[in-house]
Design a protein around this ligand. Structure first.
Ligand code: FES
Length: 135
């Protein structure tokens, strides 16, 4: 597995390039396909939202208190990254048309978003953030 630490990328501002976590091929390092994103504090660096690409899937990560949620980052309504949006409580507001998604469930909660967003599993182990992309 080729892991590019995202710590330096986590200080991004809106629309900055996403960090990339890719495997070196089709074979995952672990059978359960958890991917190391990086140290939690370094990744978020005081922010609530960040985006990362894991195995070619754009994933938005959202931190609310001590919880972190992972969703497909591309809005189901159009070509916008939810991680570039605005987190208010448990809802992320899409930066393009202001649709809302509950980051806990991926459920679209306000128009124009009518389709739910796929969720991914998150695990924190020894201060490191891991994501398992849903297939
Ligand atoms: Fe997200 Fe339109 S692109 S609400």
């Amino acid at each position: 597995m080729k892991v590019i630490p995202i710590a330096s990328a986590c200080t991004r501002t809106l629309n900055a390039a996403q960090a990339v976590v890719e495997t070196g091929g089709a074979t995952p390092v672990t059978a359960d396909a958890w991917r190391l994103v990086g140290a939690v504090e370094a990744c978020f660096d005081g922010k609530d939202c960040m985006g990362v690409t894991i195995d070619s899937v754009k994933v938005g990560l959202f931190r609310i208190g001590g919880e972190i949620y992972a969703l497909d980052d591309i809005c189901t309504h159009g070509n916008a990254l939810l991680s570039d949006g605005f987190l208010d409580g448990h809802e992320i507001e899409c930066p393009l048309h202001a649709g809302l998604v509950d980051v806990r469930t991926g459920k679209g909660t306000a128009a124009p978003i009518t389709r739910d967003t796929r969720c991914h599993e998150v695990r924190i182990d020894d201060g490191n953030l891991y994501v398992r992309v849903s297939r």
